[in-house]
Write a protein that binds this ligand. Structure first.
Ligand SMILES: Cc1cc2nc3c(=O)[nH]c(=O)nc-3n(C[C@H](O)[C@H](O)[C@H](O)COP(=O)(O)OP(=O)(O)OC[C@H]3O[C@@H](n4cnc5c(N)ncnc54)[C@H](O)[C@@H]3O)c2cc1C
Length: 520
C-alpha cells in the first residue's frame, strides 16, 4: 500500500536475493528486452566519408559498422592505443597522469589490473553480440560471493552469506510475529495468513515456534562454527548476528549492490583483461586509426566537418575532414575544444555535463592469502572505509605465487581525496585500509598502482553524470544530429559508465548518419 514498484522490488531483493527480484520482475512484465539491434546499413556508404573523433569503443564500433556499409572512415585518437577507458595495466606499463605523476607497473608476468571497466553484465546485449562475433572469451565474475565480507570501521566483519541469511531470518521472524498477533488484520484472509506463516518458516529458516535462532538447522544455511564431518561429527552450530548489530552497523546496505539489474547473474569479465574487447575492435579498425592525434579544433560548414589536430609524434598541426562527423571525445574534454558551426544549443549543452570522480588501486600481494587463509574465491568485500571495496581475482584460483586484487574502488568525495594524493601516499592509505580487513596484507604487500580518473589525460573523469533536470533539458540536444555532426559515447546513452552505453551510442549514431547521408 503506497509502496512504489521500485521500493517493492528493493524489498523483495533484500529478502530474497536477485533471483527473487528477477522472478518478480518477469511476473510484473518488467524484465525488458535489449535495446540493441545490429545496424543494417546495406551498402549505401560508397563515396562518403565519416570522420570519427576518439578511438574508444564508441568510435571503433562506429568505424567498424560504417566500413562494412562502404563508407570511408578515419579515426583521430589521442593515445598510442585504441580503447580509451577500456584499459588494462600490466607489468612494465607506464602511466603518466595529468599533473605529471608517473607510475610504472611492477606486477609479475600474467598479472594485471583493470583501472576502468571490469565487469560485463549478461543483460548488455550489444557487448555480448560483439563478444560472440569476435570470439572474445569471457569468464564468470562472481559478483555475489557468500564468503566475501561486509566490513565496518566499528570492527564488525561478517561473511556476506551469513549476513543475508540472518537478515532474511530476522525479518521473517518479525513478520511472523506481526501476523500471529493479528497486527496485519485486514491485509490478509485467515487462509492467506496460514500460508504466509508456513512460507516464512521455510524461507526465513524459522523453528517450530517461528523463531530465527542458533541451531544445526539454521547453520545448514548460514554455515557452522565447525563443519560437519564423518561418524560422530554433526557440526557445531554458528551464532547468528543479532538484528540490532545488523541495523546499527548498516550491514544490510551492501547486500543490495549485487541485486542491481546489471549485476544479476551471470556477470562476466574477458579472459586476460578487460581490454580484450578493445583489442578485438582495434584488430578490425586499426587501418582507419591515426594514433597520437589530439583534436584541438572542430569546424562544421555546409559540406562537412573539419577537425584540426596535433600530431603528437611529429609535433605538427594537421587537419582531417569528413562529409559527416561522429565525435566520441568525452564531454569533459570536448567542452574545452573550440568549435565553430555547431548549433549554439549543442555548444552550450556540451559544457553542462559534469564527470563523476572515481579512483581504483591495484595491489599485488606475495600470495593469495584471501583464498588460502579465508576461502574467498573472487567476488567483492564491502567496507565503510574510504577505500570502498576490495575485489579478488576471478581466475587462476588456488594458483601459487602472487596475486593482484582491486584494493580500492570508490566514487564521490573519497575518490577526489585519493586522487589528490601522490601515488605513494595513495598506496599507503589503501594498504592501511586493506590491513583492517585482512591483517595478512601487511606482511604480504608487494607493490601497487593507482588511477584517479579526474587525472586521466584522455578522459578527465569517470563518466558523464546526469540528473533529472539535465536529462530533460540538455540530454536530447546532446543526442540529436546537428547537421553533419553527431555525438556518441557512453554519455549519449542511459547506460552511463558501461561499455554497453558506448556500443549502443556508436551503433545508433551510425544509423542516424546513414539515414541523413542516404537522404542527401
Ligand atoms: C572506473 C570505471 C569503471 C567502469 N566500470 C565498468 C564496468 O565494470 N563495465 C563496463 O562495461 N563499463 C565500465 N565502465 C565504463 C566504460 O569504460 C565506458 O562507458 C566506455 O569505455 C566508454 O567508451 P567511449 O567510447 O564512450 O569513451 P572512451 O573510452 O573515453 O573513448 C573516447 C576516446 O577519445 C579519445 N580522446 C580524448 N580526447 C581526445 C582528443 N582531444 N583528440 C582525440 N581523441 C581524444 C580518448 O583517448 C578515448 O580513446 C567504467 C569506467 C570507469 C572509468
Amino acid at each position: 500500500m503506497g509502496v512504489s514498484r521500485r521500493d517493492f522490488l528493493g524489498m523483495v531483493g533484500l529478502a530474497g536475493g536477485s533471483a527473487a527480484v528477477f522472478q518478480m520482475m518477469t511476473v510484473m512484465g518488467l524484465a525488458a528486452p535489449s535495446t540493441y539491434k545490429q545496424p543494417q546499413l546495406g551498402t549505401g556508404g560508397k563515396g562518403k566519408k565519416v570522420l570519427i573523433l576518439g578511438g574508444g569503443l564508441a568510435g571503433m564500433v562506429s568505424a567498424y559498422e560504417l566500413n562494412k556499409a562502404g563508407y570511408e572512415v578515419e579515426i583521430l585518437e589521442f593515445n598510442d592505443r585504441a580503447g580509451g577507458r577500456v584499459w588494462t595495466i600490466r607489468g612494465g606499463d607506464k602511466y603518466t597522469e595529468l599533473g605529471g605523476f608517473e607510475q610504472t607497473c611492477q606486477f609479475d608476468k600474467g598479472l594485471y589490473i583493470n583501472p576502468g571497466p571490469w565487469r560485463i553484465p549478461h543483460v548488455h546485449q550489444a557487448y555480448q553480440h560483439y563478444a560472440r562475433e569476435f570470439g572474445v572469451k569471457l569468464e564468470v565474475f562472481p559478483m555475489i560471493n557468500h564468503n566475501a565480507y561486509v566490513h565496518r570501521k566499528s570492527g564488525v566483519k561478517e561473511r556476506q552469506g551469513k549476513l543475508m541469511i540472518d537478515m532474511q531470518g530476522h525479518v521473517s521472524e518479525l513478520l511472523a510475529k506481526a501476523l500471529s498477533q493479528n497486527a496485519l488484520q485486514g491485509e490478509m484472509t485467515g487462509e492467506d495468513k496460514t500460508k504466509v506463516l508456513e512460507a516464512l518458516k521455510g524461507w526465513g529458516f524459522l523453528d517450530k515456534d517461528y523463531r530465527y535462532s542458533k541451531s544445526l538447522a539454521t547453520s545448514s544455511y548460514r554455515g557452522y562454527d565447525r563443519d560437519p564431518g564423518a561418524r560422530l561429527e554433526p557440526g557445531t552450530p554458528s551464532t547468528p548476528l543479532s538484528l540490532d548489530t545488523i541495523v546499527k552497523n548498516d550491514l544490510w546496505a551492501d547486500l543490495n549492490t549485487g541485486l542491481a539489474y546489471e549485476f544479476h547473474s551471470t556477470i562476466f569479465e574477458p579472459v586476460g583483461g578487460i581490454d580484450a574487447m578493445a583489442r578485438a575492435f582495434e584488430a578490425r579498425t586499426r587501418q582507419f586509426i591515426k594514433y597520437r592525434s589530439k583534436v584541438t579544433d572542430i569546424k562544421q560548414d555546409e559540406g562537412g566537418v573539419t577537425a584540426t589536430y596535433e600530431d603528437l609524434t611529429t609535433g605538427t598541426t594537421k587537419t582531417a575532414r569528413g562529409d559527416y562527423c561522429i565525435c566520441t571525445i568525452p564531454l569533459s574534454i570536448l567542452s574545452q575544444i573550440p568549435s565553430t558551426g555547431l548549433s549554439p544549443k549543442l555548444t552550450d549543452a556540451i559544457k553542462k555535463v559534469p564527470y563523476g570522480p572515481s579512483f581504483k588501486a591495484g595491489m599485488q600481494y606475495k600470495r593469495r592469502f584471501w583464498e588460502q587463509d579465508e576461502a574467498i574465491y573472487g567476488g567483492v568485500t564491502y567496507t565503510d572505509q574510504s577505500m570502498g571495496l576490495m575485489s579478488y581475482p576471478a581466475n587462476n584460483y588456488n594458483s601459487n605465487g602472487k596475486g593482484v586484487v582491486l584494493g580500492a574502488y570508490m566514487f564521490g568525495p573519497d575518490a577526489v581525496k585519493f586522487t589528490g594524493m601522490n601515488p605513494k601516499d595513495r598506496l599507503q592509505e589503501v594498504l592501511k585500509q586493506n590491513i583492517a580487513i585482512h591483517p595478512q596484507a601487511e606482511k604480504e604487500f608487494d607493490n601497487g598502482i593507482s588511477v584517479g580518473w579526474h587525472r586521466v589525460p584522455f578522459t578527465l573523469g569517470c563518466y558523464g553524470l546526469y540528473n533529472e533536470e539535465t536529462r530533460k533539458d540538455i540530454y536530447p540536444t546532446l543526442c540529436a544530429l546537428d547537421k553533419r555532426f553527431i555525438l556518441a559515447g557512453e554519455h549519449t546513452s542511459y547506460w552511463n559508465a558501461w561499455q554497453e552505453g558506448a556500443l549502443l551510442a556508436g551503433t545508433s549514431a551510425v544509423e542516424i548518419i546513414h539515414e541523413a547521408a542516404s537522404k542527401a
